[in-house]
Design a binder for this molecule. Sequence first.
Ligand SMILES: [Zn+2]
Length: 431
Amino acid sequence: MALDIRRPLLERFLRYVKLGTSADPTSETYPSSSSQLVVGKLLCDELIAMGVRDCTQDEFGMVWATIPASSHEFANSPMILLNSHVDTSPEAPGENVKPQVIENFDGKPITLGSSGAVIDPASCPDMLNLIGKTLVVTDGTTLLGGDDKAGVAVIMQLAEYLTSQTGIEHKIEHGPVRILFTCDEEIGQGTRHITLKKLAARSLGEQPIAPLVGYTLDGGDQGQIDEETFSADMAIVRFKGSNIHPAIAKGRMINAVRAAAMFVDLLPTDRFSPESTEGREGFLHPYDLHAVVGEATVQLILRDFDEAKLHEYKSLLDRIGEEVMLQLPGLQIEIETKEQYRNMAAGIAKLPEAVLYAEEAYKALDVSCQRTIVRGGTDGSLLTAMGLPTPNLSVGQHNIHAVTEFACLDQMVVAVEHLIELLKRWSKHKS
Ligand SMILES: [Zn+2]
């Protein structure tokens, strides 16, 4: 297809990543950082300038827009939702991003500014497929934010393409497209304020139109169609001890610090841990511990592709808790679990074309593709659970959540071309 979008897409991406939008897990507000509101407003303004009349930023900072069908003939084609998130991970610094563009990558390690950080192809095998491509890296002091500004830029470039079709050679036929930019995805809050009612477009006729399928643009490398995610719960283990001056503690003190340490020590590390699992294997992961003598809490995440396994992990936590209580008489343990998201495989399987058309669209571009699983979740997991099948697609993100993060411009271009092919297929879909 060879669209002439490389330069505008690169400029757009650089413009967005320079505006840091780290999510803040300690914040009480939504979105968790005001910079997300600023970027959302910019996206809204840019969409309106493209001529997208139905575009709003809601009270939560999320941006909603609708691009009508290319002509009356396709007004009744299914509406497609495209979504990505504007926030970036709090796991690495995300402000004052200074992106560097590397043209024609030579396959050698890339030194990031004067930071001392290096992206080494030896520890990032994806890079060997990227020789000759254009990469965007950082100066080594921050993450890049290609997760998910790459997805944002790809959707915005598509919007520009769909709204500025003048040359007959570029004209494509498509049904209505709904666009959604979410906030705070990185802290598990991306879909908190999304409802089916809001997903429907109200500007296209008398009745609101609901999307039939969604695609999250938040994937890695190229040609990956994520159709499965983990099922996820979190567990908060509360230890209640008893504090007293150590001088008079004999037979009276019950130390919750010891209890929490014992509990973590009894969790398996040779299996069911992130450090020992890969592929379809699940895990229990203690990620936070706060302890004083009187009380302690340990927080864990429970992950598995098979939802039933989460119950086994919970039973394991109960058994370990009982063991600790036996060792420390008088200590109390309470374990609370909360559902986070569920594997989207079953929901996506209800609309096989969601993945089939994505595969066909890659084939039309002569790009190899594969169905993949995500050892995590996406906004699409919760959208799928709400009844909107939403696979996740590649946008050329690499080494995410780290200062060695980079994005591949060539793969972002393919992501835009892929969406165009996908829209063509859905425009002819008959349900
Ligand atoms: Zn992401």
